[in-house]
Ligand binder design. Structure first.
Ligand code: ZN
Length: 253
């Protein structure tokens, strides 16, 4: 914008003036933002308390309350329960089990439909800490991909943001190994059989030249497991030896 006025910038004094003017405006904007935040604080979407970090959408107390499951729920049995007899999945790691009233449902809404990348990353980190994912020997963390059309619509892949949170916390490399080649209709109202026919050939491996040996596949939630199974089949097909799955939540009735 200012490149046509080179002569203006030849003057040292003008340079200094422009520098201080820019700094002044930026300080002014900061003061304005801080004042607005003070007068009209952003509130936690779950408990309505003012947020110390306005970008997070949900306060630290509520983030803490998301994790966990009832005593009769056993995540260690999920790999067999969901995938047993069809494909070998070593383990399923969760942050929480959830139902209609769970705080995780509001958090997922915030992540998927309000574009809250930061919250997705934070919950990914929590998932890694609570399951000690730094100690499982993964060589790669990879997200369930979105179809490009859906990515454009949403602006980001929530599973990728969760995967990045896990990777950062656990010190594992995050890689996008899969792409979605089929734009599938929403799965929320489908049973397992229909979900499977919806996704079974929806994924492809991006690059078969460097295949990691031990992969953690990340999705936002697990319902029937059909999407994750379709991803795992593609990974096994190109030689990935060990696969585990991580998701923020497992939907219970
Ligand atoms: Zn809260």
């Amino acid at each position: 914008m200012l490149t046509h006025s080179n002569e203006v910038f030849n003057s040292g004094r003008t340079k200094v003036t422009v520098f201080y003017a820019t700094k002044y405006i930026s300080n002014y904007q900061n003061v304005l933002t801080n004042t607005i935040n003070l007068l009209f604080p952003k509130r936690c979407k779950l408990c309505n308390e003012p947020l110390s970090d306005p970008k997070s959408g949900i306060c630290v107390v509520c983030i803490d309350s998301i994790a966990g499951w009832p005593p009769d729920f056993n995540p260690a049995a999920l790999a067999d329960e969901i995938f047993g007899g069809r494909i070998e999945i070593e383990a399923v790691y969760l942050l929480a089990s959830f139902h209609a009233e769970s705080p995780l449902r509001s958090a997922l809404h915030e992540i998927k439909y309000e574009g809250n990348v930061e919250l997705a990353g934070k919950l990914g980190r929590q998932l890694a800490i609570r399951n000690q994912l730094n100690q499982k020997g993964f060589t790669s963390v990879t997200p369930v991909p979105l179809h490009p059309a859906k990515f454009d619509l949403r602006g980001y892949n929530q599973s990728e943001a969760i995967a990045k949170g896990i990777a950062t916390e656990a010190g594992i490399s995050a890689e996008v190994l899969l792409k979605r080649t089929k734009h599938t209709p929403s799965q929320t109202k489908l049973d397992r059989t229909h979900r499977w026919s919806n996704v079974e050939d929806a994924f492809e491996i991006i690059d078969t030249s460097q295949i990691p040996s031990h992969v953690l596949v990340v999705d936002d939630t697990i319902t029937t497991g059909a999407t994750l199974e379709a991803c795992a089949i593609q990974l096994k097909r190109v030689g990935v030896k060990r696969i585990s799955i991580a998701a923020l939540g497992y939907a219970t009735a």
